[in-house]
Design a protein around this ligand. Structure first.
Ligand SMILES: [Zn+2]
Length: 967
């Protein structure tokens, strides 16, 4: 500003606090906790990080504080929005994709930075979730609800609602959408399946109270003119009213008794189902059904829970135990590690409902509330992991049903190189002294782990009980990454390659892989992430590849020297053209916008003048920028047409403030720069801008061009921020003196509009070659066997650098080797396929097909206890996960314990399935039962029935126990 120059941002500069102040103000506001009803705003994480860099938010990242080239420009949420139709992209992840800002912070940022062109702020409300354990959450995604009329079920209109919107709101919206007059009486129905409806008769209920979930269909029914309801007639034909339950009024949550003799209401909270008179009541799903084939209504993203429950319901030993009321004698309400018996009680209720044969589906509300009370992480309605819930359920049931009332203290003895047999027996016995339940009897096995110190050769052996095996998937730790190679030779087109790189590798691995194709040394490569015609990031060679997402556009530029070369500087170059509209508020932005591909241009570090830069760039782009000899007075045409040709009128033709005018008067071609005239021009322009006088502009324009017979330059250089969105208060002068350039000098190439139109061949500029690797489908569809996973699980593994083992002999942490072996296996073996992997930057789901046997899975070869009995298993249940991360859908397959048939459980629907259906790439948790176990259980069932219920022997048949005793 001191040079009487740039006016950019001048008016707002006063209002914008300095970086330190911005940092402390926002940091303070970000501490705000969520409060019901508050509004928060979504902001793209990439932008937010750039802002943090700019203000030095993190102390370790302060090298570019306040530097103009780090200025983030206006807030830009483009990466969060769908390209075509707008609206938020699906499955965005907090912090990874977006940040949440409280309203006060957002307002401040708006004043300081504004919002990118044509964007609207993405605001979301804070809602309360959870039933017993309340927590607050910003509702980033609203629910999609499908609306239709009872008279026309084909026409479906999807609308979005908040989870805390009421049924009444939906009714209003539906009356509006379907043009139903206010005086017309209506009823709303929640349509579960083709023929299953639930009357939504509590207008004040919120969508989450009513258990509505995204994709739910709501039907509005209009009363007939004769006072009857259309659905009424239908219902009398389909259902008789004989099944009216005795506890018909007990429709409030939590009121149903756990007394097994009373008609359990299934936890339903709506009393009208095909209901015509208000005095009698139906229960949803009530009717004749096969015991065990009872669906579970989705209570809002609870498919994860439903799939786990259906798997457990199909474990005969467990279900018989509950159906026979054996649990009643064993429930342990005083166990401090338990849930006061509530998990056991609510699970027992549910199992009885599922196997009552009275319901085609039920709503597992009581069970869900019990889980929510003891495991807050499951209390919300957000999507959870089915395997985690299954583990919680088994653990909760175990403690609630633990036959040990007083857990004895047990001192662990060192293994002291004693034989495995002895240590294993001791470990198991000690475990059983504290843990004894139907869950231990059924699901627990013993795992041996051996840790080996690489330094002192100390071997540590432990035997640990397990409830499920979590198997890693032997997926190649490699990924395919598409990159664009930009050779330095101006005449060579960019080439697209598909490279195979280690998943956990670094950028230098990428360079090495590319080097094999292009025969250029990796140190002559600059790897960049190009986004919106600018460098979003220029990677260093030791950056990790998990920073690069598949959707990123990676451009690798050939550079002649390293970044820190003493003689050459590599300058980031952005192409810009004149902006047509400018709608920024609060922030004076450039009148230019980016186009084309950015470049990295090597130029002499010290002697690079404006003219040298100009010539070097022309040469660099010569493949697609060609000025023919006979170009004539190309710059004049428009001048004749509308008199708007020189840059001095750029901004003003849109009636905006001339923010860059003072930078203009660099003499176009000139070696001779007349300082006086520059100042004169500048003053004149300021005046003309102030007056808005078109006449002055035109006069000035024609003066400039008519007097100058030399062609104007094709483009002009300006220093800009790394976004290319704001000019920097430092001019690149065409005065023959060397420019002060460094690696972080971002230079905009602002094209003369006519030059761009006539000489810049966009097609040629975008032209590229495709290397054959792009067409190759390198990653063939892998098919794995369950054996592959088991082998990997039992393989010797070196611990990671972040996962060191404390060696008691060396007395320090060591990168030890570790090995698992199976020692004893339970009657019912749960196998968890680790399809999900998470870390700070990288979240992934592996959906490779894993083949597993339905019958006769023999685990003998993985068992190191050679005296163990037969370990051959048959599959009895599977949970499936469909879709990607942060969403998706869970279902289950289960083999019915009585007819041996497979069934498919998809929330409230149950359908028959074949054995072949069960193997799919969705399979996530497998439940196997040891051969021979089942018949024993069925016999027990008969005995139990004969003996009229409670029998003590029901749980004494643990194979593991026997093994332990006999060995
Ligand atoms: Zn050691």
């Amino acid at each position: 500003m001191a040079e009487g120059g740039v006016v950019e941002m001048s008016e707002d500069t006063e209002k914008i606090p300095d970086c330190a102040k911005q940092k402390s103000e926002i940091a303070n506001l970000m501490k705000k906790s969520l409060k019901k009803g508050d509004t928060w705003y979504l902001l793209d994480t990439k932008w937010y990080k750039q802002w943090k860099k700019y203000v030095g938010y993190d102390s370790w990242d302060s090298f570019s504080v306040g530097e103009q080239n780090a200025h983030p420009g206006p807030m830009d949420n483009t990466p969060l929005l769908k390209e075509e139709e707008g609206g938020l992209k699906h499955h965005l992840i907090e912090e990874l994709d977006y940040m949440l800002l409280p309203e006060e912070a957002w307002d401040k940022m708006m004043t300081w930075y504004g919002l990118a062109k044509d964007q609207e702020a993405i605001s979301r409300g804070v809602i309360e979730q959870g039933t017993f354990v309340k927590h607050f959450k910003v509702e980033v995604y609203l629910l999609d609800v499908k609306l239709c009329r009872n008279s026309d079920l084909e026409t479906v209109i999807t609308k979005q609602f908040s989870r805390v919107a009421t049924i009444e709101t939906i009714e209003k919206e539906m009356r509006n959408v379907f043009e139903i007059p206010e005086e017309k009486e209506v009823r709303l129905w929640n349509k579960y399946m083709a023929s299953t409806y639930e009357h939504l008769n509590k207008p004040a209920d919120t969508l989450q109270d009513a258990g509505l979930y995204t994709g739910q269909t709501i039907v509005i029914e209009e009363k007939n003119d004769d006072g009857t309801w259309p659905r009424q007639a239908k219902s009398t034909n389909t259902y008789t009213s004989t099944s009216t339950s005795t506890n018909s009024r007990s429709n409030s949550i939590g009121s149903s008794s756990h007394d097994s003799s009373s008609g359990y209401s299934g936890g339903t909270s709506y009393n009208s189902y095909y209901n015509s008179s208000s005095s009698s009541s139906y229960e949803p799903g009530r009717g004749h059904a096969t015991p065990g084939l009872c669906g579970l209504a989705n209570l809002g993203n609870t498919c994860f829970m439903n799939s786990a429950l259906q798997c457990m319901s199909n474990v005969p030993m467990l279900t018989q135990y509950f159906l026979n009321d054996e649990w009643v004698n064993e429930v342990n309400e005083d166990n401090p590690l338990g849930m006061k018996g509530e998990i056991a009680r609510s699970f027992a209720e549910l199992v009885k409902t599922l196997w009552s044969g009275k319901y085609s589906y039920t709503a597992p509300r009581n069970f869900k509330y019990a889980v929510g009370r003891f495991a807050p992480q499951f209390s919300g309605f957000q999507q959870q992991d089915s395997q985690e819930l299954m583990a919680f359920l088994l653990d909760g049931l175990h403690e609630d049903l633990n036959r040990i009332r007083q857990k004895p203290y047990i001192e662990m003895k060192d293994t002291d190189n004693r034989p495995d047999k002895e240590v294993a027996k001791e470990s198991w016995e000690n475990y059983r002294k504290r843990n004894d339940s139907v869950i231990v009897d059924t699901f627990h096995g013993l795992l041996k782990s051996t840790v080996h110190c690489p330094e002192c050769a100390k071997i540590s052996v432990t035997f640990d009980p397990f409830c499920y095996l979590s198997l890693p998937l032997p997926i190649k730790k490699e990924r395919q990454l598409e990159v664009f190679w930009v050779p330095i030779s101006p005449q060579k087109k960019p080439v697209q390659f598909k490279l195979t790189v280690p998943k956990m590798g670094t950028v230098s691995d990428l360079c090495n892989a590319l080097s094999n194709h292009v025969q250029i040394e990796p140190d002559k490569m600059a790897v960049t992430d190009v986004y919106s015609h600018r460098f979003h990031k220029i990677f260093s060679h030791d950056d990790t590849l998990n920073n690069i997402l598949d959707r990123d556009d990676i451009f690798v530029y050939e550079v002649p020297v390293a970044w820190d070369d003493p003689d050459t500087v590599i300058v980031p170059i952005y192409m810009r053209e004149k902006r047509v509209k400018n709608q920024y508020s609060n922030y004076q932005m450039s009148t230019y916008q980016l186009f084309g591909q950015p470049l990295l241009l090597p130029v002499p570090r010290r002697e690079c003048t404006y003219q040298i830069l100009y010539n070097q760039l022309l040469q660099r782009v010569s493949r697609y920028v060609k000025v023919p000899e006979n170009a004539g007075c190309w710059w004049k045409e428009v001048n004749e047409q509308d008199g708007q040709m020189t840059d001095s009128s750029d901004g003003k033709e849109n009636g905006e403030k001339d923010v860059i005018s003072n930078e203009e008067p660099v003499k176009e071609n000139g070696m001779a720069v007349d300082q006086k005239q520059i100042n004169g021009d500048a003053n004149e322009m300021e005046i003309s801008a102030a007056n808005g006088s078109k006449e002055t502009e035109e006069k000035q324009s024609s003066e400039n061009t008519d007097e100058s017979m030399e062609p104007p330059p094709l483009f002009k250089f300006r220093m800009v921020n790394s976004y290319g969105s704001a000019e920097i208060d430092h001019k690149l002068k065409n005065d023959g003196n060397p420019l002060r350039l460094h690696n972080r000098t971002h230079i905009a190439v602002d094209w003369h509009p006519l030059a761009k139109e006539k000489f810049y061949d966009e097609q040629a500029a975008e032209d590229l070659e495709q290397h054959e690797s792009v067409k190759q489908r390198i990653q063939r569809k892998q098919v794995l066997q369950l054996d592959d996973c088991l082998e990997l699980f039992t393989r010797v593994e070196q611990l990671g650098e972040n996962d060191l083992w404390y060696c008691p002999q060396c007395k320090k942490h060591q990168q030890a080797t570790k090995k698992f072996d199976l020692w004893s296996l339970p009657d019912v073996l749960i196998i968890h396929l680790k399809r999900f992997s998470y870390n700070r930057y990288y979240r992934d789901k592996i959906d490779t097909l894993i083949e597993f046997p339905y019958k006769g899975l023999n685990l003998k070869k993985y068992l190191i206890n050679k005296e163990h009995g037969a370990v051959t298993y048959d599959l009895i249940a599977v949970t499936n996960h469909y879709g990607g991360l942060g969403g998706g859908h869970y279902t289950a397959y289960g083999k019915h314990m009585e007819d041996d048939e497979w069934h498919y459980y998809d929330d409230s629907s149950v359908s028959s399935a074949s054995e072949e259906d069960v193997t799919s790439k969705a399979a996530y948790v497998l439940v196997y039962q040891k051969q021979g176990t089942r018949t024993k259980q069925l016999k027990c069932k008969q005995n139990c029935h004969a003996a009229g219920g409670a029998m003590e022997n029901g749980s004494s048949n643990s194979m593991s126990d026997e093994e332990m005793e006999t060995t």
